[in-house]
Design a protein around this ligand. Structure first.
Ligand SMILES: Nc1ncnc2c1ncn2[C@@H]1O[C@H](COP(=O)(O)OP(=O)(O)O)[C@@H](O)[C@H]1O
Ligand SMILES: [Mg+2]
Length: 331
């Protein structure tokens, strides 16, 4: 583009000189031709830039369109409702595989009374996270069923199911949006006072004071500028604000340093009050909250029972894990 413009200016200049020589125009007109030509430079550059932007936007729109054309293979339920209190969870003989001949979960059954806490233990790759994905219907099991408060989750509206279940995972997705929208998922009905109170409860009050615009501060995409620990704590705030009946903590505190994790302990206690919960954890302190323990190995339930009973039975895997140290064995 710059080349074309240089050529254009040269031609204008040459033409001016030629016409001046032949006496057709005055030196003033030559200057005018030259000045007008240079005046064109900036708008032409702007047009070029905007054409480039337009091309990028068109490509973006095409990608968004293909994204919208993707349909979920999960069918929305007809809409059986369950009350918003702590819910019982019933997993009945569930088997699941991502690809046909590689079973990830096999004949898993468990039941949680309202308010009960399950500690789910197992090596990496044993299928713990997969089980939590089935509970929010990111996938449907090939066999068996999952019931919340006695209602098969396949009959519930997906939106309602996901309103009832709050999940904190290890990797936290933050949007390029305000702190408020990041925490409330754009739910404008949550008042600022509640957000601030929750930030306080979680121990993020000193982080909050460093924000230039308070809740309106925009977070960078991917949450740049936040430590992994802070991002994790924000994920806890999200779940608090959502006020779910079933809470799933999937190695939620694994990225926190021990000091931050201790700070979070009382927040977790508060979060779990009156809620049914599934905790996947490596640290003993976190597992000690659990009423029941399930140990999975390669998608198969190896041990399931009351935590205190398993801890007292010296032949149980759980007791052995406690003896050797969970962290060493499971990480
Ligand atoms: N989206 C996926 N597609 C295919 N295989 C997967 C997917 N997610 C997990 N897996 C496989 O399923 C198994 C269980 O994974 P996961 O549930 O994440 O285990 P855990 O949480 O216990 O570490 C692993 O072998 C893993 O490779
Ligand atoms: Mg996992």
């Amino acid at each position: 583009m710059l080349f074309l413009f240089t050529v254009g200016t040269a031609i204008a200049l040459a033409l001016g000189v030629y016409l001046y020589r032949s006496g057709t125009i005055t030196i003033g007109t030559v200057y005018l031709i030259f000045a007008y030509t240079t005046l064109l430079e900036r708008p032409i550059q702007q047009i070029t830039r905007q054409i480039e932007d337009l091309q990028q936007a068109t490509a973006g729109i095409a990608r968004i369109r293909t994204l919208f054309q993707v349909t979920s293979s999960i069918n929305d339920g007809k809409g059986t409702t369950v009350p918003s209190k702590s819910l019982s969870v019933e997993v009945q003989d569930v088997s699941f595989a991502y690809t046909e001949d590689v079973p990830v979960l096999q004949h898993i059954s468990l039941s949680l009374r309202p308010g009960e806490i399950l500690g789910l233990l197992g090596h990496t790759g044993s299928g713990k996270t997969t089980l939590t994905k089935l509970l929010v219907r990111l996938y449907d099991p090939q066999q068996g069923s999952i019931l919340l408060d006695g209602v098969d989750i396949r009959t519930m509206h997906l939106s309602e199911l996901r309103q009832h279940v709050g999940v904190v995972t290890q990797d936290v997705q933050l949007f390029h949006a305000s702190v408020r929208d990041n925490l409330t998922f754009f739910d404008a009905s949550i008042p600022d006072e509640r957000i601030l109170q929750t930030l306080n409860d979680i121990g993020l009050d000193s982080w909050y004071t460093t924000l230039s615009d308070g809740l309106d501060t925009r977070l960078a995409p991917g949450g740049n500028g936040l430590s992994a620990g802070e991002a994790q704590l924000l994920a806890f705030v999200r779940v608090f604000l959502k006020n779910p009946s079933l809470v799933i903590l999937d190695e939620a505190s694994s990225r926190l340093d021990p000091a931050t994790e201790r700070q979070l302990e009382h927040a977790i206690d508060k979060l779990l009050q009156g809620r049914t919960c599934i905790i996947i954890a490596h640290r003993l302190a976190t597992v000690q909250r659990a009423d029941t323990i399930m140990i999975v190995e390669d998608g198969i339930c190896r041990e399931y029972g009351s935590r205190t009973a398993l801890a007292q039975n010296s032949r149980s895997r759980f007791a052995q894990l406690l003896h050797i140290g969970l962290e060493e064995v499971l990480s």
